[in-house]
Ligand binder design. Structure first.
Ligand SMILES: Nc1ncnc2c1ncn2[C@@H]1O[C@H](COP(=O)(O)OP(=O)(O)OP(=O)(O)O)[C@@H](O)[C@H]1O
Ligand SMILES: CC(C)(CO)[C@@H](O)C(=O)[O-]
Ligand code: BAL
Length: 395
């Protein structure tokens, strides 16, 4: 077995054998299997706090008796021509230390020849339709490459649990789908995105960014937060409109106390929020879009690849009357660095119709009947049919 022990650090809060660096499939097979469950965290190395969170989540889940294996492999199959395969950062020594500190028992870092001994594999896993949109459209074949290596690494590490980051939301979704569709005996666990203090999602590719590029790159997370904040504000207005519908008197008094201009603006905002069909998706898209548009004029500029608001079940764009959970995803280039980020949003129709009497003279949508309230649930969508699998089963 090719292995080099690495000293455990004092903050590794458990008694465990020294972590091992394992370079071959044979050595991995020879790794004694602990009595508890085994978890795997797959990475391409250049580890950071986002990866550490995955390892910590895995350790927490398997407990001291369980085993956490981190894989470090820059998979050529998932890189397109002209992408950054050659310059992708490779920092194995630091990776082993970071993985160890976070709670890993072993780091499996095979060579390309070890993973693909016969060269590029002829048989591959296809990600299907979900692998052709967004990231899959910008990086053709990317998810086939990801799934092929994930399938191989699952076979090699034979885990009970596999942890992946929500930062790569589409990747997590296609991996879940592969595990379900192809009966992989593994539980796929998603871990929330870890961010820098200023909001930038942690990513190995952040180290490509110069200072000015990093400032521009902040627009990705800023756009997502702008959408979330705008929706929160909209929901608050709807809630106020709903409560004002009952004690109209109280509401008038409260608005009068605010002073006329403010009252006009307030009444308008509340009436707008309460009126018409739910417009959360367009509000979210517009709020995020405005931030990204501004960033296109920065120096250096942000080059938007896509901004998409999608149904996490099939990664199709959600309609404007959507209710339920959605993912707002963004991809953009700053300089030569391509970055992605996403945030989860929940859309609810929520509020009761705003009463006509209370729309007053301040420009509320007069004469337009407000929609009947629709009970908000996190999984309800107005899509006519849920996505169906090839065998007709609802997924
Ligand atoms: N900020 C983060 N928060 C949570 N998970 C993350 C984060 N960054 C990466 N991960 C997860 O770590 C795993 C390994 O990802 P990978 O090694 O590609 O790192 P990365 O930072 O996403 O690198 P890159 O940006 O170059 O793709 C994936 O499951 C990924 O989703
Ligand atoms: C899952 C993965 C390790 C497969 O190469 C990679 O896509 C990554 O690091 O997210
Ligand atoms: N983090 C996803 C792997 C990739 O960008 O290739």
């Amino acid at each position: 077995m090719t292995s080099s022990p690495v000293s455990p650090t004092p903050d590794a809060a458990r008694t465990a054998p020294e972590p091992q660096l394992v370079r071959t499939a044979a050595a991995l097979r020879a790794l004694p299997r602990r009595s508890g469950v085994r978890a795997v965290v797959m990475t391409m190395g250049a580890l950071h706090e986002g990866h550490a969170a995955l390892v910590r989540a895995a350790r927490e889940r398997v407990g001291p008796q369980g085993q956490v294996v981190v894989t470090v492999f820059v998979n050529p199959l998932q890189f397109g021509a002209g992408e950054d395969l050659d310059r992708y950062p490779r920092t194995l020594d630091e990776d082993v230390l970071l993985a160890t500190r976070a709670g890993a028992d072993a780091v499996f870092a095979p060579s390309v020849d070890e993973v693909y001994p016969g060269g590029e594999p002829q048989v591959r896993v296809s990600a299907g339709p979900m692998g052709t949109v967004l990231e899959g459209a910008s990086r053709p074949g990317h998810f086939d490459g990801v799934l092929t290596v994930v399938a191989k690494l699952l076979h090699l590490t034979a885990p009970d649990l596999a942890f992946f980051g929500e930062k790569d939301a589409q990747q997590l979704a296609v991996i879940r789908r592969m595990a379900a569709d192809l009966n992989f005996p593994v539980e796929v666990v998603g871990v929330p995105t870890v961010r820098e203090a200023d909001g930038l999602a942690r990513s190995s590719r952040n180290r490509y960014l110069s200072g000015p590029e990093r400032r521009t790159a902040l627009a990705l997370s800023a756009a997502l937060f702008a959408a979330r904040d705008r929706l929160t504000a909209e929901e608050a207005l709807r809630a106020r409109a709903a409560s004002a519908g009952h004690p109209v008197q109280d509401r008038s008094a409260a608005l009068a106390a605010l002073g006329e201009d403010r009252a006009a603006a307030d009444a308008h905002a509340v009436a707008y929020a309460a009126s018409g069909p739910p417009h959360g998706p367009s509000v979210a898209r517009a709020a995020a879009g405005a931030v990204l548009e501004d960033a296109a004029h920065l120096d250096p500029p942000l080059h938007l690849d896509y901004l998409a608001l999608i149904d996490p079940r099939d990664f199709t764009e959600v309609p404007d009357d959507y209710e339920g959970e959605a993912i707002l995803a963004v991809a953009a280039k700053v300089g030569t660095t391509r970055l992605i980020d996403n945030i989860r949003l929940v859309f609810t129709a929520g509020a009761a119709p705003y009463p006509a009497a209370a729309q007053g003279r301040h420009g509320g949508p007069q004469g337009k009947s407000a929609p009947a309230p629709v009970s908000g649930t996190t999984r309800k969508s107005r899509k006519s049919t849920p996505p169906q699998g090839p065998l007709g089963a609802n997924r």
